[in-house]
Structure formats: C-alpha cells, structure tokens
Design a protein around this ligand. Structure first.
Ligand code: ADQ
Length: 468
C-alpha cells in the first residue's frame, strides 16, 4: 500500500502519546495515515518578519511525520487573510459583494503555494499518494507537476463550489480553474457543487465532461466526484450520552429551569446566517406568546478570523442584536437569548446538544456543516430533539428528516421553530431514526475511505464513480 502525504493549510497536531486531537477530520486522516504511513504537512500558524523562514519543523509519531512550516508576515497577510479569506471564501459562499480582489493578494496566494510545493517536495517519495485539502491550496498540484511530480494527487474542497456566474466575477478564475485540472481526483461535498464545477469547466472551454465522472482538459484526464464529509457518529453518540450526566451539563439544565432549549453552535462567520437566525427567533417569540418564559435560545459562537474587517464588525452586530432582543422581549425572570462568544469543550457541547429540543443550523451557504450531524448524533433515541436545517447547507442533501428552511425567509424559519417545539414524540423519533441510520453508515471513515479508493483506483479498470 502506498504512503499518504496530506497537505492542508493547518495541521491538527496529535498529543504527545499520538492520540489525534478532537474533531472527526483529524481522527479520520490520522487513521488513514497510520494505516499507510506518511506525512502531514502544513503551516505552523507562526509568522516571521524574515524572508527566509526557519526550516521545516518535523515531528515523528509512529509511522507519521508531521511537517510544519512558518510563513512570513507578508505571506500570511496576502495568502491567508488576503486571497484565501477575502476572495475565495466569500466567492465560494456566493458573496460577490464581500470579495475584495487585489493583485498583490493574488500574487501572494500563488507564491505561497509554490513555497509549499518546494517545502514538501523533499518529503515526497516516488509512489506516494498526495491528498491536498481546501481552498487555500488549489494551485499546489500545478506547482508540483511543474517540478516533475507524477504521483497521484487528490484534492478535496471543504466549502461550496459556486455556479459559473459567481465564480467568473473573480478576475483570476481562469488560473483557479486550471489549477484544479492538474489533480487526478477533485472531490466536492455535494452533487450540487460538482454540478457547478462541471458548468464552470465546460462553459468557458477549460475542459470537457467525457462521462462517468471523468473530465478532460489540455490532454489530461481527471475525475470529479462528491464525497459528503461525516463525523465519528457512533463515538459522538456515546460521548453525548455520557456527557449528559456531567456536572457542567447538569448545572446548565438546572439554570434553564425546565425551559425548552434551542441551540445554535457556529464559528462567528457571515456564511452561518447568525443574524438572520436571531431575527427568526425574535419573529417566533413575538408571534407565539404561549412560549414566552418557556424557551431559551443558546447561541455559542467563538470568534474567528478577527483580522478580516467583516468578521470584526459581525462580532459587534451579533452582540448588539442579541442584547436588543433581550431588552425588547425579555422580562425580569426570563432572558430569551443567551449568547456566548467563546469555544466550549466538546464533552459539554455534546451534552448541550442532547439537552436541546431544537438544533438551529441555518447557514446562508455551507459546504457541509458538521454541527447539524453532531446535533443528530447526540440525541436521546427515546426522546430526540428536532433539527431545523438550512436548505443551503450541504448537509441538507442528506438529512431529510430535518425541518428544511430558507434562512432568508425570517417568518418561515420562525414558523419552523414553533413546529419543532411542538412536534409529537412519534414524529420526532421517526425523523431522527432515518437521519441517524444514514449518519452511522456515512461517517467520516466512510468519507475518507471512499475518497482514497477513488483516487487510487485505476481509471481504466473502473470507469465512473459511485455516488458517495
Ligand atoms: P467550518 O466552517 O468550520 O468547516 P462546521 O462544519 O460547522 O464548519 O464545523 C465546525 C466544527 O467546530 C464542528 O465540529 C463544531 O462542533 C465545532 N465548533 C463550532 N463552534 C464551537 C464552539 N463554540 N465550541 C466548540 N466547538 C465548536 C468547514 C466548512 C464546512 C464543512 C467543514 C468540514 O465550512 O461546511 O462541514 O469544513 O468539511
């Protein structure tokens, strides 16, 4: 079996004893690396002012080498905060209005990708399989090919892929499209993303769809597929069951005083639809006096990317909005919204999911959304809560037992909250069972195995891809 070389912007480092850090992706990729042996390379998160960053920091854990590189301050500004998070992230989330395209940032993005290629090159062996992750590193395969590497290289995009009319508004879209054609397999989260990619490729003549999931471009043939990422479903369910009786979760339950709990858990990001969600909750409370004093909406939102101006502004907006709703609708003995602006340990998070009657996952656009899957996995099978899910999350393609909403429809989402809170036990169990059965099969291990199998299987032997 060939070795695996994983390259991603950041690397979740394992504990000293080799245990993978929390999070399904880290666990699944580490398991794949342990099985095959190999390398996980990425940015250390550190930046220096010098032009020549320190040599790669190598850490050996069993048969895996973790390789971290520093970047310069300019690199971080242009590649990471600049092109990746201020151009590709908004464009891929259909937010043309927020993309701030600049030639300097674009040049920095391609420069850092070339730098990554040169850094990882000495660690790559002849038969290694390479798996590159996410929008930060799209041009990496092209750089490696230019250096003469003929290894199998796969790419997985964790965020959505937009339709042609959105992508083509980005001045540098041609280079980005061409970058993807240098992979052997390009994987997306959903069939919709794959369809959008096909549209982009064919419409501008960057390549052709030649059937069976194969594309041709400038003499190369590559595969495209969709591989919906999952979580460690069985382990998370077990975790939530235990966590529900932990001291912290019991205290949280007491502090709710038998009120129904509605929970939202998201990084602070405009794509997650948090302000629209608070509006929807306000609409629900205003129109349903019978629920006054009987419900608590807990929104847990750690800060992210504070260096990007939109994110900083959002911190203020959401805090003010939650304060305003509490001021208008709250009473001396009832606070309608509890807003927490920090990370929470996974055991407590799992216990809170289980405690909640409703999970509100209403992004305006999301590649997949693992919170939706974690919420389902954490439920009590005898008395499960209801998932209210945006139709614009990748997870909506799979979780058919959720109440699907359009997050831009504030009243409609408010109505779904009311419906979820009053849904009978039989219907809740029926909806939950279907989703849980699906998630137990399509877990993160399944995602990882499916991608690697398609990447390593010879195209001639296997025309066409299964739908994963
Ligand atoms: P993200 O945008 O980060 O990931 P998501 O899929 O929701 O979004 O994953 C977030 C993770 O962070 C979840 O595991 C969640 O439990 C955790 N988390 C969120 N808030 C937390 C808090 N306050 N405390 C502790 N943990 C918290 C990107 C894409 C997604 C895609 C994933 C994986 O944007 O669409 O699902 O990658 O491919």
């Amino acid at each position: 079996m060939s070795r695996l070389v994983v390259i991603s912007n950041r690397v979740p480092m394992p504990e000293k004893n080799g245990t993978a850090p929390a999070g399904g992706l880290a666990v699944a990729l580490q398991a794949a690396l342990e099985e095959r042996g190999g390398v996980w390379m990425g940015w250390s998160g550190k930046s220096s002012g010098t032009r020549d960053p320190a040599p790669l920091a190598l850490t050996e854990r069993g048969n895996i080498t973790y390789a971290l590189t520093d970047l310069t301050k300019t690199d971080v500004e242009e590649y990471y905060h600049g092109f990746a998070n201020r151009v590709l992230w908004p464009i891929c989330h259909y937010r043309l209005d927020l993309a701030e395209y600049g030639r300097k940032e674009m040049a920095g993005y391609f420069r850092v990708n070339r730098f990554f290629a040169h850094r990882v090159a000495p660690l790559i062996q002849k038969d290694d399989i390479l798996w590159i992750h996410d929008y930060h590193l799209i041009p990496l395969a092209a750089e490696l090919r230019q250096m003469g590497f003929t290894n199998k290289i796969g790419f997985f995009l964790h965020i959505p892929w937009p339709p042609a009319d959105v992508l083509f508004a980005m001045p540098v879209h041609e280079e980005i499209m061409r970058g993807l054609t240098h992979y052997d397999l390009v994987g997306f989260q959903t069939d919709h993303d794959l369809e959008n990619f096909r549209g982009c490729l064919v419409r501008e003549g960057y390549g052709n769809a030649i059937g069976d999931g194969l594309f041709s471009s400038h003499g190369r043939t590559f595969k495209g597929g969709f591989y919906s990422i999952g979580i460690e479903t069985a382990a998370f369910a077990e975790f939530a069951k235990k966590a529900a009786s932990s001291v912290l979760v019991r205290k949280a339950r007491q502090s709710m005083e038998d009120r129904d709990l509605i929970i939202g858990v998201d990084r602070l990001d405009y794509s997650k639809g948090i302000t629209q969600r608070i509006d929807a909750y306000e609409s629900f409370v205003s129109r349903n006096p019978a629920h006054h004093g009987k419900v608590t909406y807990l929104q847990i939102t750690p800060k992210s990317r504070s260096e990007v101006p939109e994110y900083e502004a959002m911190q203020r907006t959401v805090a003010e909005q939650a304060g305003r709703v509490n001021g208008v609708l709250g009473t001396v003995d009832w606070v309608p919204i509890r807003y927490i602006n920090r990370s929470i340990g996974r055991p407590v998070l799992a216990g809170l999911y289980r405690l909640a009657k409703v999970g509100l996952v209403t992004p305006l656009r999301d590649g997949m959304n693992l919170v939706a899957k974690e919420f389902v996995a954490a439920q009590d099978p005898e008395d499960p809560g209801v998932l209210v899910l945006s139709r614009f999350a990748g997870a909506a393609r799979e979780l058919k037992g959720a109440l699907l909403v359009n997050p831009y429809d504030i009243e409609g989402t408010g109505n779904a909250i009311a419906r979820a809170l009053t849904m009978g036990q039989e219907e809740r169990i029926q909806r939950w069972r279907g989703m849980m059965d699906h998630l137990l099969v399509k877990d993160v291990q399944h995602w990882c195995d499916a991608f690697l199998e398609d990447l390593t299987t010879d195209q001639k032997k296997k025309r066409g891809l299964r739908q994963r």
